[in-house]
Design a protein around this ligand. Structure first.
Ligand SMILES: NC(=O)c1ccc[n+]([C@@H]2O[C@H](COP(=O)([O-])OP(=O)(O)OC[C@H]3O[C@@H](n4cnc5c(N)ncnc54)[C@H](O)[C@@H]3O)[C@@H](O)[C@H]2O)c1
Length: 260
């Protein structure tokens, strides 16, 4: 399927996905590519990024540590010089460090916020300025159900994700008159590296998870989600089918947050 936002008469501006080398970002990059998009795939993981780009024509890997504002500025300058414009931006990169509040030092807090939230601000501001000049674009921010619900040792991660929902609303209001739509996705349990526990075991395969979330249907759909099912929602938000939606956070969690 060729995406409605792509032009038939020549190369379209690229779409940019952060954290594109693994997990949800990789699934979004692959989905967008399958719809005909040229892509800038940005990540700090050069090995995985090169592997992704090697298999997909029209994908440019850009290595960038989003914890470093100077690296973000350099990457944004490169994107502007190389392409001038980005049609669709997905702020997906994130880290899931868990820490009990009494064991969480300021360095931990700042690292979580710098990657999960500050980078979304810096990248969005740079890309939105170009989108404004062209009077159009879509921004999709990846939040988490931890924007609304909390788990033990998740205060910093949850706070960063809750802030993304508020940031998304604020961007949507500021950028609507420039023809830019901004929405967020809040995934539940998605099987990626982030669902590996401290022992490297996928937590969604543990007896505890299977008993509580699957057999007792704490997740009504009784399973964790593959990254492709988040990518499908990103493709929808990027498309003209979502043309009357802005400022929303869509929950993609198999129904987890509607039960108690
Ligand atoms: N997996 C889940 O269950 C889940 C649930 C809710 C939200 N999320 C969110 O989805 C997003 C993607 O997570 P995922 O599950 O695919 O995890 P992942 O670890 O598989 O992928 C995260 C990607 O972000 C990149 N990244 C991390 N730090 C970076 C940095 N400093 N600079 C550039 N890139 C960096 C990683 O290299 C990786 O490619 C995150 O924002 C995460 O918080 C995930």
């Amino acid at each position: 399927m060729r995406h409605a936002a792509l032009r038939a008469d020549g190369p379209s501006p690229p779409w940019l996905v952060t954290g594109a080398a693994n997990g949800i970002g990789e699934a979004i990059a692959r989905r967008f590519h399958s719809e005909g998009a040229r892509l800038v795939a940005l990540d700090v993981d050069k090995t995985a990024l090169d592997r992704l780009a090697a298999g997909l024509v029209g994908v440019e890997p850009v290595v960038c540590d989003l914890a470093q504002p100077s690296e973000i500025a350099k990457a944004m300058q490169h994107v502007e010089q190389a392409y001038g414009h980005v049609d669709i931006l997905v702020n997906n990169a994130g880290i899931g460090q868990s820490r009990h509040i009494l064991a969480a030092d300021y360095e931990h807090w700042r690292r979580v916020f710098s990657i999960n939230l500050d980078a979304q601000f810096l990248v969005s501001r740079a890309i939105a300025a170009r989108m404004q000049a062209r009077q159009g674009g879509v921004i999709i921010n990846i939040a988490s159900i931890q924007a609304m619900l909390s788990e033990p040792c998740g205060s910093s991660y949850g706070a960063s994700k809750g802030a993304i929902a508020a940031f998304t609303r604020g961007l949507a209001v500021d950028l609507a008159s420039a023809g830019i739509r901004v929405n967020a996705i809040a995934p539940g349990f998605i099987q990626t590296r982030m669902s590996l526990n401290a022992e490297g075991v996928d937590e969604t395969s543990t007896d505890e998870f299977q008993d509580w979330y699957v057999r007792r249907r704490k997740i009504p759909l009784a399973r964790a989600g593959p990254p492709a099912e988040v990518a499908g929602v990103a493709a929808f938000l990027a498309s003209a089918d979502a043309s009357y939606m802005t400022g929303q956070t869509l929950i993609v969690d198999g129904g987890l947050t509607v039960t108690f």
